[in-house]
Design a protein around this ligand. Structure first.
Ligand code: ADP
Length: 342
């Protein structure tokens, strides 16, 4: 069980070319990741995610701040200590980074060979790892004979070989189709739940965050602009960047163009209602409207699961006498998050 404490971390690169300004890739970022947590760092291209990951595994050195992995400060560690510490930190990659000329078993065994583990123990461990990731029958296959999802399973088995406390995932599902992505994410969930491994993943896909993360940090321009439990961040995003990400993974309110089209088709009042765990139930909303003789059309949206809790937004067309509809809206407004769109 390993906690990762990132405190006030900055990374500057010299500008490219003479007189070019310094690049601040990571700017005063602090993230406290509890042991056993799945933490997602999300941001658009250039936000500083990859740099952050390279700083956590010690491939690059911080310009300021500290990074504690367990009790060890990665930021100030010597090279030799760092090499030892890296067996504590497993990593998987977008393009899997497998050795093409080695079999699946040899790929998984590689970190154990480097660590000087004896042959018999290595064999046993590789068999156990392959069975854990569901590739017990592929030990002798070569990477090119595998599908993308299977390759990432090999990557995960290899990353787990030295029993790390932390697993770093660098856009681990970005090269996979949606269905295979979900399978790999399910395996990462199992790694976290069964082995108690802390997982830090960087991604530009909010769907990945929604499916498996417990907590999330949103990065923008090198800064951590938003941070918290995934459900809270999804339910009430505070920055425009986060709102844009949330919109990609949730059935939310229609955008202005979509709203214009809905208006042309639907003559009634359009309202958006938010549903969340612990909030008002859908039956209550529909009963409130029905009791006032208001007809309802669901014209957009849906409900999904975020951080294991249900959340959603529905856009409703309310049909009926104008005064009745006004009263219905007032009644609902007291019970739930309701926004009148048009
Ligand atoms: P992301 O992974 O979110 O796309 P990066 O961490 O790759 O973002 O990059 C953050 C910023 O730092 C970008 O402006 C990028 O150009 C810059 N950067 C990254 N690595 C280097 C480097 N080795 N030298 C100079 N600038 C870099």
């Amino acid at each position: 069980m390993t906690r990762v404490q990132i405190s006030g971390v900055g990374k500057r690169y010299p500008g490219r070319g003479k007189g070019a300004a310094e690049v601040v890739a990571v700017d005063d970022v602090s993230i406290d990741i509890a042991s056993g947590e799945i933490h997602a760092i999300i941001g658009y291209s250039g936000a500083g995610k990859s740099t952050m990951l390279r700083l956590i595994n010690g491939l690059e050195r911080v310009s300021s701040g500290s990074i504690l992995v367990g009790d060890s400060d990665i930021a100030t560690m010597g090279e030799r200590e760092l090499r030892r510490e890296r067996t504590e930190i497993g990593m998987i990659f977008q393009h899997f980074n497998l050795f093409r000329s080695k079999t699946v078993a040899q790929n998984v065994a590689y970190p154990l060979v480097v660590a000087g583990v004896a042959t018999a123990e290595r064999r046993e461990r590789v068999a156990e790892l392959l069975s854990f990731v569901g590739l017990g029958d592929k030990a002798r296959a070569f990477p090119e004979q595998l599908s993308g999802g299977q390759k990432q399973r090999v990557g995960i088995a290899r990353a787990l070989a030295t029993n790390p406390g932390v697993l770093l995932a660098d856009e681990a599902t970005s090269a996979l189709d949606p269905e295979t992505s979900q399978e790999v994410l399910a395996l990462l969930k199992k790694v976290n739940a069964d082995l108690g491994i802390t997982i830090i993943l960087i991604t530009h896909e909010m769907e990945v965050v929604r499916s498996i993360a417990h907590r999330v940090t949103v990065m923008d321009g090198g800064k951590a602009v938003e941070q918290g439990d995934v459900f809270d961040v999804f339910a009430s995003p505070k920055t425009e960047t986060t709102r844009r990400f949330v919109a990609t993974a949730l059935p939310t309110q229609p955008d202005p163009e979509h709203l214009r089209r809905l208006q042309q088709k639907h003559r009634g009042k359009l309202v958006s209602v938010t549903f969340r765990d612990g909030g008002v139930d859908q039956p209550v909303v529909f009963r409130t409207l029905a009791e006032r003789g208001i007809g309802v059309n669901i014209v957009h949206g849906g409900v999904t699961e975020v951080g294991g809790r249900s959340f959603g937004k529905l856009t409703l067309e309310l049909i009926g006498d104008e005064l009745q509809v006004e009263h219905g809206i007032a009644a609902l407004g007291q019970q739930t998050d309701l926004e009148v769109l048009v």
